[in-house]
Design a binder for this molecule. Structure first.
Ligand SMILES: [Fe+2]
Ligand SMILES: [Fe+2]
Length: 161
């Protein structure tokens, strides 16, 4: 692949590993705060992000290039609340959407249509990711100070397979 496209794909792979790492840290926070259902949901989310990274890893190899496994940045050590966690999930998914859009633009600029076509799966995936995060975050607003809300939310999130 052209150098610029390969660099962009390697950066996106690293960003997906960082997402996995970020959600793993959030899962630990939720677990320790007693929200086991939410911890399970976030762990599942972390696994999905690792799968995203591996999709890019395999694509780079398929194109005859070398994946660059760079350092993964450390994640925040603490969160204030579950709402704080989901605010950060939603903000992070918006950031990743910007990265994917920029990567798709690089592929088009470099006339690498195979990479552009590959990245379209991620474009669609991000719509779902942002929508899911916003839906969960919206429940906090709707619940106000309802005392049972966090326990109900934890039970619902715990049902994720
Ligand atoms: Fe992802
Ligand atoms: Fe994501």
């Amino acid at each position: 692949m052209k150098e610029k496209v390969l660099k962009t794909l390697n950066e996106q792979m690293n960003a997906e590993y960082y997402s996995a790492y970020l959600y793993l840290g959030m899962s630990a926070y939720a677990d320790r705060a007693g929200f086991k259902g939410t911890a399970g949901w976030l762990l599942r989310q972390a696994h999905e992000e690792r799968e995203h990274a591996e999709k890019i890893f395999k694509f780079i190899l398929e194109r005859g290039d070398a994946p660059a496994l760079a350092d993964i940045k450390a994640t925040p050590p603490e969160y204030k609340s579950l709402e704080d966690v989901f605010k950060k999930v939603a903000a992070h998914e918006r950031h990743v959407t910007d990265l994917i859009d920029a990567a798709a633009s690089v592929a088009l600029d470099e006339r690498d249509h195979a990479t552009y076509s590959f990245l379209r799966w991620f474009v669609d995936e991000q719509v779902e990711e942002v929508s899911t995060a916003d839906d969960i975050l919206g429940k906090f607003t709707a619940a106000g100070s309802n005392p049972g809300f966090l326990f109900n939310l934890d039970a619902v999130l715990g049902q994720r397979q």
